[in-house]
Write a protein that binds this ligand. Structure first.
Ligand code: UTP
Length: 329
């Protein structure tokens, strides 16, 4: 089965970090977020090839993927980011025009702790969902009495608009690639946009109207990496899961943490939930619930809930910081 991973977005909500880095290469718990997705796909042996839809800084993603993994990868450029539906449509040329192939779509900025094999071992197309308290920030699905999806609603204005609290998490297993690309083509040719973009949900809605039956699959491990607070939450989750142990002279380590190669720590309290990447130098610091990129120098500082870009310097700060690369504060 072919897997499509769209990674062409600008990642504006994670600026300044995404001004000079593609979002999916931002570090979470010691590895770029895209590492976890590709690693799981290869280990699960469910993909025949992985098609990346690239755009902004796409060459960097292509280089990283080819240097890190050995697998059948394909890269298609989305010239302009017109939305997720448009991004997926760019993969059309990688599929045979007349054959119905099954296809798995995974968003590049969302990690999943889920049994993908089980999800894809399904008679019908399935959409990954998770129950949420307040559906207003998400796309949600509504279902009929037999459990088939009969409606997709993008960010309902109130819980009254949609009584469903099953949010779409960004994992889609679709049985019929031809119907998918025909439906995407229809919404693009007819300029059907929601919130100014060609949405995948509009094409999915068209697919169910054409009798492309879909069910839901519950995904409890849904780890969004699209915003500072959610990337930190995902960092906490992965650190907890990996739970590596470190012992460092003159330092107190509060598990779980990640400490990269060639890191010099002196008189520090690290953790819980701190990621310190390669070649950092930290002296007299207390760092918790933060991601520090490689080559940073931090002295006499207490940081929490912070994201620090590579090669930055922080001195004498007690703060919550969101600092881009090559910065000094
Ligand atoms: P998002 O909706 O999170 O958009 O896309 P974004 O650009 O990454 O981030 P913000 O909203 O500006 O902060 C979800 C996934 O779909 C891809 C993104 O790269 C991300 O992996 N995407 C989105 C595309 O490939 N092309 C698009 O036109 C839109």
């Amino acid at each position: 089965m072919k897997v499509i991973i769209p990674v062409a977005g600008f990642g504006k909500r994670l600026r300044p970090h995404t001004l000079s880095n593609p979002k999916v290469l931002l570090n979470v718990a010691g590895d770029p977020m895209i590492f976890y997705i590709v690693d799981q796909l290869i280990k699960d042996r469910i993909a025949s090839s992985i098609i990346f839809i690239t755009g902004f800084l796409g060459n960097r993603i292509e280089d990283y993927i080819n240097e890190t993994f050995k697998f059948k990868f394909e890269f298609v450029v989305q010239e302009e980011a017109h939305g997720l539906g448009h991004a997926i449509y760019c993969a059309k040329k990688k599929f045979s025009p007349d054959k119905k192939e099954d296809v798995l779509i995974i968003l590049g900025d969302t990690l999943f702790d889920v049994d993908l094999k089980k999800m894809c071992d399904n008679k019908y197309s399935v959409i990954g969902v998770k129950k949420v308290d307040d559906p207003r920030r998400f796309g949600v699905v509504e279902k009929d009495n037999n459990g088939f999806i009969n409606k997709f609603i993008e960010k309902p204005a109130s819980p009254k608009v949609s009584p469903s609290n099953e949010a779409i998490v960004g994992l889609y297993y679709l049985k019929d690639s031809k119907l998918l690309f025909d439906s995407l083509e229809y919404i693009i040719e007819n300029n059907i946009k929601s919130k100014g973009e060609f949405q995948l949900t509009d094409a999915l809605e068209k697919m169910i109207n054409e009798n492309g039956k879909m069910k839901t699959f519950n995904v409890n491990g849904w780890l969004d990496c699209g915003k500072p607070e959610t990337i930190l939450e995902t960092n906490r989750y992965i650190l907890q899961k990996r739970n590596k142990k470190y012992k460092i002279k003159s330092c107190l380590i509060n598990d779980p943490v990640y400490i990269g190669k060639n890191v010099a720590l002196e008189n520090c309290i690290i953790g819980p939930h701190a990621t310190i990447n390669d070649n950092c130098v930290l002296k007299n610091c207390n760092i918790s619930n933060s991601i520090i990129s490689e080559d940073c120098v931090i002295e006499n500082s207490t940081l929490t809930e912070s994201l620090i870009g590579k090669s930055s310097k922080v001195k004498n700060k007690i703060d919550v910081l969101n600092l881009g690369e090559y910065s000094e504060i």
